[in-house]
Every structure is written in C-alpha cells, then in structure tokens.
Design a protein around this ligand. Sequence first.
Ligand code: FAD
Length: 521
Amino acid sequence: MSKPIKHIVVVGGGSAGWITAGLIAAEHDVISDSGVRVTLVESPDVSLIGVGEGTWPTMRATLAKLGISESDFIRDCNASFKQGTRFDCWHNGSSDDRYYHPFILPNGYLKTNLAESWLAIRDRVSFADAVSVQSHLCAHGLAPKQAATPEYAAVANYGYHLDAGKFAVLLQKHCTHVLGVRHILDHVTQVENDEQGYIVSLACKDSGPLEGDLFIDCTGFASLLLGKHYKVPFVSRKQNLFIDTALAVQVPYESEDSRIESQTISTAQSSGWIWDIGLSSRRGVGYVFSSAHASDAMAEKELRAYIEPALGPESESISLRKIAINPGHRQKFWHKNCVAVGMSAGFLEPLEASALVLVELSAQMISEQLPATREIMPLVAKRFNEKFLYRWDRVIDFLKLHYVLTERKDSEFWIDNCDVHSVPESLRELLQLWRYRVPWHADLAQADEVFSSASYQYVLYGMGFHTKRSAAMRRARDQSEADRLFEENRKKTKQLLSSLPTNRELINQIKQFGLPQGKVA
Ligand SMILES: Cc1cc2nc3c(=O)[nH]c(=O)nc-3n(C[C@H](O)[C@H](O)[C@H](O)COP(=O)(O)OP(=O)(O)OC[C@H]3O[C@@H](n4cnc5c(N)ncnc54)[C@H](O)[C@@H]3O)c2cc1C
C-alpha cells in the first residue's frame, strides 16, 4: 500500500487524454525529474470523436497553464472567439424568439442582484441586454478583445470554438516536445490486475506490456478500463435528457469575409436542436435529436433545410456523419488505481459545451490531489467521486432547465420534456424557490459550482420565467445602485460597440501578427 505513485499512464489521445497528460506533466514538472513520469498511449485504429467544438472561458487558463501560446492555438486549431450561446426558438418557436446566455456575469454581480430590479422593466429590455455588454457584442459579431490585448487577457470574458482534431494534434506536439510526455501509438488489447484488483499493466498490440501506478482512462465511448475492464455500471440519464443521436456536417463560409459568429447558435427543432459553431475556416453544424421522437430521415430533412440558405442545392447531397450518444455517466469515476476522464466517464448533449470543462476540472483535480502512494488513493478516489457525481447532477439540472421552461407544444418532444417526471427533483425544488425570489449566490450548494446562479438567471429570464416580486424583495433592493449599474452597462456597451474589431478582423490580425505576449493566472 505504500507503493509510490510515480508512473501515470493515460490511455487515449483525444482532447481528454492530452489535456490530462499535459496538466499533470506541467504541474509536476516531469522534465526536471520530479519523480513523476507521464506516458500516453493511443490507438492508431480508433479515431477521435471530434466535431467542431465550443469551450468555456476556463480553457484560457488551461492553455496558459500548459504553456501554449494563444496565437499559435488560434492559428493551428482554426479557432475563433466564443462569448456564450444564443438560443433561437426555444421559448415559443416564433421568428423573434431568441435569447443569450453570455459568459460575462451581470454587471456588479458579486454584490448586487440586478435581476430584482430588471423584473420591473422586463417588458422593455431583455435580461441579457440590460445587465451585460456581451449580448450586444455578439449581436454585432464583435470580438471580445482588441489586437493589442495580451494573450489570454479579455475585454469581455470568452472561450473558443475550435477544430477538435487539430486541437489534439497541437496538444500532442506541445505535450511531447515541451512537457516531456512520452507518446506510444499502439492499441491496448488487455488489462492485467494484481491480487487486490489494482491494474499493474496494459497489454499493447505491438509494443508489449506497459506498466504504471495510476491509469487514466481517456478512451472515449469505449471506456476501456473503467467500463469494459472494471465493469463500473453506466447510469443512463435518458429519462431526463432525451437526446441520443447526432448528425454532423461541415459548412463552408460563402467568402473569406463572411461573418464569424461570436457565440454558438442553438436553434430548437421539432425533436432536438441544431448547433452552429463558427470556426475561422468553416462552420460546424449538427442536429442532436431524440430517436424516440424522430427518425433519422426526419432529422436529416430538418438539418438539410437549416443549411440550405448557405449551401443551396448542395445541401441535399452533402454527406452527414451520424454519432450515437448515450446520455449518462458511470456510477463512479475513480476505481482502484483507475480514473476516467472525458467521454469514458460519460456524455450528455453538448447544449452548454459542458464536456471539455468537465475534462479540465477532472484533470485539474487529479493533478492537484495526485496521491503520493497507493495508501492514500482510496481517500482521493472517494473525494473525486463525490465531487464529480455532484457535478454531473448539476449539469443535468442545468441542461434540463432549457427544456422545462418552453411553451412549445408543437411536437411530442417538447410536450414530453415538460412532463414533471422527466425533471430531476433538485431542479423542481429550485424552480419552486425561484417563483418567489430571483436566483442568488447561496441558492446553489458549492462555492465552485459548474453553473453559477448567474447562468441560471440568464436562462430563466431568457426563457420568460416569472418570479413574483414580493414586497420584501422591493424593500431590500438598492434601486439607486441598480440604476447606476444599468447606466454603466449602457455606457460601456456604447463604448465597446464603437471600439472592438469584429471576430473575423481580430482572427485575421492574429494570423498575421499574433497577439502581444501576456501573463495570465
Ligand atoms: C456531437 C458532439 C458534439 C460535441 N460538442 C462539444 C462541444 O461543443 N463542447 C465540448 O466541450 N465538448 C463537445 N463534445 C464532446 C467532446 O468531443 C469530447 O468531450 C472531447 O473531444 C474529448 O473526447 P475524448 O478524448 O474523451 O474521446 P475521443 O476523442 O473519442 O478519444 C478517444 C481516444 O481513445 C483512444 N482509444 C480508444 N480505444 C483504445 C484502445 N483500445 N487502445 C488505445 N487507445 C484507445 C482513441 O484512439 C482516441 O485517441 C461533443 C461530442 C459530440 C459527440
């Protein structure tokens, strides 16, 4: 039990594998021989899942920690800036039905709950427009910073849209050349345990056995170690989230100057929703839908109709890629000396791009709490499992929130989504609470929630949710401070609208000149 944990073996070379290997290598200083070694083995026979993907602002700190230059990242991954998500047709399906969930917090959010005062003016201005600059920036296709803003610094909080295949290539190059991660290209065929059930080695097809002390399963949907080897049960969440199929397609821009959207666009359809992600080189578009509510042919028809304005007749023949999704997660994520990160741990529809952020959070916790010996491993595993089971539940609550507030009744998909039995009890409780007061910091249990109360505000009030304004709420509110913050937001919006470049302009500048080097925490 006192065996030291010296060799970490990561299986899988998608974003999950490389981010995890890289963060551990960077933080444990593998190069200077701190005693920890990191090896990543990936199969040449199993390809990555990667479609065009959206990240959270957390990705900036992750890339900075890995030591990757933001300018290189933008160039090499065909990346663009993402400032949130625009939800079209989710509330009632009408032509002007849209709202934003921006990354920026409502103005003054740490101290003042502007939502209370916004309720009085809700008929005049949308919540996101009243409390943040970012919905305005997105509406104009503007970038979240200037060409002179240093790498990873922001004028308005931002994440990225990126090409996942190219991202894995950049991470591989950086992790192997700069961070000292050893890379083996081989297919893992078997797993060997010791008598206590701990993994001692992996059998690789060509290179023989690979020994290690901690094994990180990043094998995607295969879930080779945690699922197939240890048979840790899969917890299906299909009763809450019905989406189980994706059809993906790549759509070229009309011209080199076409607008690059500054947010993911999520457009509700009859049996799911279509994502539309603007990379610098092309758009990544896809329909995620419930196979219980639509056949492949029905979904394909809706997707082809969506891309028709951009592609014309070609929209009828362009090939689509089908991906099966099993919504849910493993019953636990860390078992013995094996921990799953990424899609081997679970997957949910990409409505709020929560997959990569869970990868970043998992990799960060493994790296920070890396057990020194096997003796301490069960304790670290227990804490990891508790933390991430809580997080998966909260992500499910938040995704379901987008569905339960709809007034759409035009298909069984939307009607079934409002069935109370499909709504987790924890979400039902919160919704009851928020009928009488607006969401605020203490409504959620943990300090480091994946989705903050601000995110709940954006979705609730974007979807037209009604909170009754009580006399107590009116009394407690500091109206003059709220008026000051609304006015400040208006002024800042005006100033940024006239000073920020477009997303396309900034990306072109970066490709040519790069961003100034900067220091980011
Ligand atoms: C339709 C769709 C849309 C998505 N959109 C988003 C989004 O917008 N934002 C977001 O954050 N996430 C999104 N995701 C999720 C995101 O793609 C993944 O979380 C991310 O790419 C990490 O994947 P992964 O590394 O876990 O798995 P993969 O990319 O599938 O990598 C698996 C790796 O395991 C290796 N492997 C498998 N079996 C073996 C074996 N026997 N031996 C050795 N190696 C093996 C493979 O070779 C590969 O290298 C989306 C996913 C889907 C399906």
